[in-house]
Design a protein around this ligand. Structure first.
Ligand SMILES: Nc1ncnc2c1ncn2[C@@H]1O[C@H](COP(=O)(O)OP(=O)(O)OP(=O)(O)O)[C@@H](O)[C@H]1O
Ligand SMILES: [Mg+2]
Length: 484
């Protein structure tokens, strides 16, 4: 499976946000642990000083009153507490306390294990005796060697004063595991927030990758369709960059199409003009020979004919090219179908053709239909299909013109009695310059008529079709105008 740009983006986003959230959570958690340790130490400083003050107040005969200290401290340590601190319930102080004399020798220890030992080298005692703040972090149980983090305890000392001199040290010991529940509690909250944060940011990431994928998908579909030669509209994309890209492609397409279009026009025009141009040259060369005036008249008329043909071709091409460049109607008006059709039939060149070929025109318009059209264009569309019918129907036959209405359209149909559209021509009839010779005269047209009609109909939001008649000779051309 190939990963789409959207999925790649999402994975990158996932990794980056994941790492950031993890890093920040880790750091915050560390800060919280440190903060809790510091807060606990602060409280221990208070309690050690309070106890030191009390022990100092009981000094008798220049001696620390060990008995009194023992009474005081063991009572304090055995107090029953029932404090609910967040989700943790504290039952007793869970502290150890020891007292040293001014030489650092332990004179009292709440556990009994340290009594008589020399603690003058331990930081808490050493610094406090020097008049500084003394603290250390070492094993909770003095017998443990190489303690783990869990086995450690915080030692905070306070000086015992007697007659304004440091007379000894009182140290309070608290195991670090005691703080663990608070730390775990806070870490749980932090982790929860981190997960929410991560999920929310992932959601944004997913949204962003979706937008990118959708944009690229639309562009890919669009360009693929274009390269297959399908006519597709540029996709609507909200993302600015994609929209710009899509517009650029669209401009390029229009530009290329325009170039192709101009090339095609020039080629065909050159091709179509070659015959009359050659004809004119041959005739002019003939005119250089001595001849009778009636012969001369014949040749001159040939030249005039060729000239007329060229003129017509150039005019029609210009007209078609003008309409093919339009993308909307002007001067739209409501027009009665019957009037419109009859005006088209009555055009002098057309009525001339009809009478000279003894063609009958039958109408099947039994009520009023109106269409909203640009009148000149509608006349040209109807005129073109009628001209085809006149050209392809045999001399003396009948052309039928019918108007009808469906739920959505007004249909104008022109029936003839010719040979219909041969199979091989069916797919070509709307192509520019495709023209077959007329059965009667053998002459071809320019092959621009239906192309013109098609463009006119699409400008009106309608369609044109040309089919063979059902169970009858001839073809039927249908124009569908949307109901106004
Ligand atoms: N009524 C019809 N019966 C049979 N074939 C038709 C009919 N109308 C159109 N066609 C076919 O469609 C082709 C294209 O028609 P179109 O009107 O575009 O060109 P044309 O009539 O040949 O030339 P132009 O209209 O430019 O003078 C015709 O040459 C013919 O092959
Ligand atoms: Mg035609």
């Amino acid at each position: 499976m190939r990963l789409t740009i959207g999925i790649k983006l999402f994975i990158a986003y996932f990794v980056i946000t994941g790492s950031i959230v993890w890093f920040v959570t880790d750091k915050v958690s560390m800060r919280v642990t440190k903060g809790i340790d510091e807060a606990a130490e602060d409280v221990m400083v208070d309690s050690s000083n309070l106890l030191a003050q009390m022990v100092g107040d009981n000094i008798k005969d220049d001696q620390i009153n060990v008995k009194k200290a023992h009474q005081l401290i063991s009572k304090y340590l055995n107090r029953e507490i029932n404090a609910s601190i967040y989700s943790v319930t504290k039952k007793n102080p869970n502290l150890q306390v020891y007292v040293t004399n001014k030489d650092g020798i332990v004179v009292y220890d709440s556990t009994g294990k340290r009594k008589g030992k020399d603690y003058s080298k331990w930081n808490d005692v050493y610094l406090t005796l020097k008049g500084e703040y003394g603290r250390r972090s070492s094993a909770f149980n003095p017998e443990t060697k190489d303690p783990t983090a869990e086995q450690k305890a915080m030692y905070v000392a306070a000086p015992i004063y007697h007659q304004d001199k440091i007379f000894g040290v009182l140290t309070v010991v608290k195991p670090t595991v005691d703080l663990k529940p608070y730390i775990i509690e806070q870490q749980k909250h932090i982790e929860e927030y981190a997960i929410y944060l991560f999920l929310v940011s992932l959601l944004f990431g997913a949204g962003a990758s979706y937008a990118v994928t959708r944009g690229t998908r639309k562009l890919v579909n669009y360009t693929t369709a274009l390269s297959k030669g399908e006519s597709v509209a540029a996709p609507k994309i909200r993302q600015v960059e994609f929209a710009e890209l899509s517009n650029a492609i669209e401009e390029l397409r229009v530009d290329l199409e325009g170039r192709e279009y101009v090339e095609e026009y020039i080629n065909t025009m050159a091709h179509e003009l070659r015959t009359p141009i050659t004809g004119i040259r041959a005739t002019a060369e003939n005119l250089l020979m001595p001849m009778s005036s009636s012969q001369r008249e014949h040749f001159v008329n040939n030249i005039l004919d060729a000239n007329k043909k060229m003129d017509l071709l150039v005019n029609r091409l210009l007209k078609l090219s003008r309409i093919e460049r339009r993308d909307q109607l002007e001067d739209v008006e409501k027009v009665d179908v019957e009037t419109l059709v009859k005006e088209v039939i009555a055009a002098p060149s057309r009525i001339g053709n009809i009478t000279s070929r003894s063609i009958k025109v039958e109408y099947e318009i039994d009520r009023e239909f109106s269409v909203k059209v640009e009148k000149l264009l509608a006349e040209q569309a109807i005129g073109n299909i009628i001209d085809n019918a006149i050209d392809f129907t045999p001399v003396g036959s009948t052309i039928g013109i019918k108007a009808s209405e469906s739920n959505t359209h007004v249909n104008i149909q022109v029936f003839d009695q010719g040979l219909g559209v041969p199979e091989h021509a069916r797919r070509q009839i709307f192509r520019r310059f495709f023209s077959s010779s007329r059965p009667d005269t053998g002459k071809r047209g320019n092959g621009l008529g239906l192309r013109f009609v098609k463009k006119i109909m699409s400008l009106h939001g309608g369609t044109v079709s040309l089919k063979n008649r059902f169970m009858k000779d001839g073809a039927v051309a249908t124009l569908k105008f949307p109901l106004s």
